[in-house]
Design a protein around this ligand. Structure first.
Ligand SMILES: Cc1cc2nc3c(=O)[nH]c(=O)nc-3n(C[C@H](O)[C@H](O)[C@H](O)COP(=O)(O)OP(=O)(O)OC[C@H]3O[C@@H](n4cnc5c(N)ncnc54)[C@H](O)[C@@H]3O)c2cc1C
Length: 365
């Protein structure tokens, strides 16, 4: 039996894959934790736009995961239930400074093998008439898509239960007590297990330090996002501006992200965060006054010092305890490939060397 701690997107996707492989899976989470990253996420699936110089391994991982998302697009049930869209993105320049940055970005895209076109103001407005008429230009980015994270999470929970997986919501897990790496005790439960996957996002370190006496260089990075009702015409594309990005959902709502700050585990909404988001929307959109605010969401992105997730056995002493966290701002995009890697570790299959780059052993703890 495989035990998974944490029912965010990473724990759920891993469970979904393992159940499809015929494994028995139990997932443990807690309702006493607020600020999970998944519920605040905008759900952009944009490997090229998210790529950064010097992060090649991460870019290849994001691209590989996006290919899995592209295959999901042919699965009618998954596509309809999760709000997965292959609508592409426009990176919009509001002025000359923005346009210079876009041209620089286009050069960088070329270097990583991703081609896109710079569109004039009128070409952009033809594609997206709702935009401010005084925009300067845009980069048209194919294959940079989105999924509705909340409906995706509901879909996974339904599928997991249908396949016989069990999800328990109890007290927060603080410590694991292990017997010979084969049985585990936490929250007064004792269970035998084959593998135990820790996917508690930003909170993973607390369990690890209480149980194993060391910590990974992992911190929470707070993000605030908004959900608004766009009473008017739907937008066609995902839009990326200097400070914010907007994902038009299939249900007519717009998900708008996001702030990014180091604030520990604080998950309260501060006025300066709302000011930043509303000011940025006002600068970018002509019809702000018509938008009805539906939700303000706060999430803590699990962020590792080198920007890469931590995937693999925690140590040689505990080879059956698998780390699976630290997906920072890419967890939705990376969930399918993460689940495939986790399945290989859980089934003791050969894991390709390219994934060992993300192993916990890189920190020599
Ligand atoms: C504002 C914002 C926008 C984002 N936009 C995007 C985007 O557009 N595209 C993208 O790919 N990514 C995006 N991300 C990043 C993405 O949301 C995260 O990388 C991803 O959700 C991490 O998933 P997770 O399952 O590891 O963690 P979480 O979603 O935080 O889930 C962790 C789970 O573990 C449980 N848990 C934690 N500790 C314990 C414990 N001790 N005991 C029991 N249960 C526990 C929690 O209750 C929670 O359910 C965004 C994040 C934010 C905050």
């Amino acid at each position: 039996m495989i035990i998974i701690l944490g029912a965010g997107i990473i724990g759920l996707f891993s469970a979904y894959n393992l159940l499809k492989e015929g494994k028995q899976v139990k997932i443990f989470d807690s309702k006493n934790i607020s600020g999970n990253a998944t519920d605040a996420s905008v759900g952009m699936l944009s490997p090229a736009i998210e790529a950064k110089p010097g992060e090649n391994e991460l870019y290849y991982l994001m691209k590989e995961s996006k290919n899995i998302w592209n295959n999901f697009y042919n699965d009618n049930k998954l596509r309809n239930k999760t709000g997965l869209k292959n609508n592409g993105s426009l990176m919009v320049a509001l002025n000359e400074d923005d346009e210079e940055k876009l041209k620089f970005k286009q050069q960088f895209f070329k270097k990583i093998g991703y081609e896109c076109n710079l569109l004039s103001s009128s070409e952009t407005l033809k594609l997206e008439p709702c935009l401010n008429s005084n925009i300067k230009s845009s980069l048209f980015c194919k294959d940079q898509d989105q999924v509705n994270t909340k409906t995706l999470k509901n879909f996974l929970i339904e599928e997991i239960k249908e396949m016989g997986g069990e999800i328990f919501y109890g007290e927060k897990i603080r410590k694991l007590t292990l017997k010979e790496d084969k049985s585990v005790t936490f929250n007064e439960l004792n269970m035998e297990f084959e593998k135990l996957i820790i996917s508690c996002g930003s909170w993973s370190n607390e369990i690890i330090s209480n149980s194993f006496g060391f910590k990974f260089p992992l911190i929470p990075l707070k993000g605030v996002s908004l959900l608004v009702d766009s009473l008017n015409d739907q937008l066609n594309y995902n839009l990326w501006f200097r400070n914010i990005y907007v994902a038009p959902r299939k249900n007519g709502k717009l998900a708008i992200g996001a702030t990014e700050e180091e604030k520990g585990f604080d998950d309260s909404v501060k006025l300066d965060e709302l000011y930043f988001l509303t000011k940025s929307i006002w600068e970018s959109f002509p019809k702000l006054e018509e938008f009805k605010l539906d939700e303000i969401n706060v999430g803590l992105r699990p962020s590792v010092i080198d920007g890469y997730p931590i995937l693999g056995p925690i140590s040689n002493t505990f080879p059956n305890i698998i780390c699976c966290f630290g997906h920072y701002r890419h967890g939705i995009l990376l969930a399918p490939i993460t689940a495939e890697i986790m399945t290989k570790y859980a089934l003791n299959k050969n894991v390709h060397d390219k994934y060992k780059y993300f192993s916990p052993s890189r920190f020599n703890l």
